[in-house]
Design a binder for this molecule. Structure first.
Ligand code: SAH
Ligand code: SF4
Ligand code: F3S
Length: 456
């Protein structure tokens, strides 16, 4: 008797890829595949890739080299292995991937995931398959609905995780001059409110208590509303907040230009919307921001932050920053540090500019020397680490509602999330997984907090 077909998925890049990997696994699950954590045991390997910076894209090829070894070992033992490359590198490089790495059987771009089971069947029958079209049909409408309770084989699923991602918007029309996303994910599209609500309800029925609404420009959301006219992200959040059993909502990633009044107000008026905002500003110099095609100034950004803080004074702020954009001078870099000092972030992601093929900034003169960019990044990261540590230290002694999500490293411990998205470690029994309990914060590190569960 042959067992179920084994599927191994490795995910790179942003949360949207994490979500896509789940949807692909479910689509393949309906076709008889079960996930394995052991790549050597897998008949199908999916590498869900990221193209955002050069390092991320290079990682795919080094991985493909290692996986090829495993594929050969399996084949020597009479077992098959099909390798699929999905995600943003698949979209950007298409059939070049197979030319460079002929062990790859299948290349599928993000807009074709609903065709995956069929494409995999063709690849396993010996074809080399490349699908990087932007099809007319909406993949979300064609992917299998999120399962609840019994799965396709009639088996009752175990309770799912307490927090989940839900993609509500995809693609980007903003064309920041450094960024590949408009080319890899296509034009902005928003899913209809009804489709999102029905998916949210299914996830809640699986045990999800917290949803993070995802989109490359999530606050540009403008899906068809329940009664026809387009609905804003704030409207969508208000709608989802009515779902019983769904306790927490978050969203990412936002663009300053789409930080509308109703969304800012929602932070003050919707209790289930968590006090956390990830709002990239990229650079502090207006000349650099113009070169990036961001269409906002540093002052615009600071004004938005002030308004968000007015609506929700305790909000934790996060951001993305790029150093060493072509032509960035020392004084222009200092302007970035000034914005960081003015805002005081709870956490942040910062990157050295990486020239990406096909983007306008890659062909600009005056690329910043790598050692200069590295030194600037180091200075920036020291400042950010300091802000993060003091944000966390300021939490000691407070009592936060913590949603327990997974077992901790030590027996008898669970890890949960504070409203401000910090990881919180506490002694707690496994029956508390999926529950929100008051936790008194007793210790703070750079990355996480420690606390003690108080009686609810
Ligand atoms: N849609 C989001 C983020 C997209 S990518 C936004 O508009 O902000 C995530 C982050 O990667 C970006 O915010 C940016 O800081 C960084 N990034 C994108 N392209 C990059 C590049 N070529 N080099 C370095 N960092 C980059
Ligand atoms: Fe990229 Fe800019 Fe679009 Fe964000 S807004 S995904 S940085 S092009
Ligand atoms: Fe990477 Fe694509 Fe996300 S390039 S950051 S996986 S949208």
């Amino acid at each position: 008797m042959t067992g179920p077909k084994k599927l191994y998925v490795r995910t790179f890049g942003c949360q949207m890829n994490v979500y896509d990997s789940e949807r692909m696994s479910e689509a393949l699950g309906a076709d008889g595949y079960v996930r394995t954590d052991d790549i050597e045991d897998a008949e199908l390997v999916v590498l869900n890739t990221c193209h955002i910076r050069e390092k991320a894209a290079d990682k795919v090829y080094s991985d493909l080299g290692r996986i090829d070894q495993i594929k050969r070992q399996r084949e020597a033992a009479g077992q098959e292995m099909t390798i699929a490359v999905t995600g943003c590198v698949a979209q950007a490089e298409g059939k070049e991937i197979i030319a460079r790495a002929p062990q790859v059987g299948l290349v599928v771009g993000p807009q074709s995931y609903h065709r995956l089971p069929d494409l995999v069947r063709r690849a396993r029958a010996g074809a080399q398959v490349v699908d990087t079209e932007f099809p007319e049909e909406d993949k979300f409408a064609h992917l299998p609905a999120r399962t609840v309770g019994a799965d396709a084989t009639g088996k009752i699923q175990p309770a799912g995780p307490a927090a989940a991602f839900l993609t509500v918007q995809e693609g980007c029309d903003k064309f920041c001059t450094f960024c590949v996303v408009p080319y890899t994910r296509g034009m902005e599209m928003s899913r209809p409110v009804a489709a999102i609500e029905s998916e949210a309800r299914r996830l809640v029925a699986r045990g999800v208590r917290e949803l993070t609404l995802l989109g490359q420009n999530v606050n540009g959301y403008h899906g068809d509303g329940p009664d026809g006219p387009p609905c804003s992200l704030a409207g969508l959040i208000a709608q989802l907040a009515r779902i019983d059993g769904l306790e927490r909502l978050r969203y990412m990633t936002s663009h300053p230009r789409d930080m509308t009044d109703d969304l800012i107000e929602a932070h003050g008026s919707i209790d289930k919307l968590m006090p956390y905002l990830h709002l990239p500003f990229q650079a502090g110099s207006d000349r650099i921001l113009a070169g990036m095609n961001r269409k906002h100034t540093a002052d615009d950004y600071l004004r938005i932050i002030a308004r968000v803080r007015q609506a929700r004074p305790d909000i934790a702020l996060s951001t993305d920053i790029i150093v060493g954009f072509p032509g960035e001078t020392e004084a222009e870099f200092e302007a970035t540090l000034d914005v960081v000092r003015a805002v005081r972030f709870a956490q942040a992601y910062s990157f050295k500019y990486s020239p990406r093929p096909g983007t306008p900034a890659a062909s600009l003169d005056r690329q910043v020397a790598p050692e200069v960019a590295a030194e600037r990044l180091e200075r920036l990261q020291l400042l950010l680490a300091d802000q993060q540590a003091s944000f966390n230290a300021g939490c000691i002694g407070k009592v936060f509602p913590v949603l327990f999500e997974k077992p901790g490293r030590n027996a008898g411990q669970l890890i949960g999330r504070s409203p401000y998205l910090q990881s919180v470690h506490a002694d707690a029994t496994p029956d508390l997984l999926g529950r929100i309990l008051p936790v008194e914060i007793s210790g703070a590190g750079f990355r996480s907090l420690a606390g003690v569960v108080r009686a609810a």
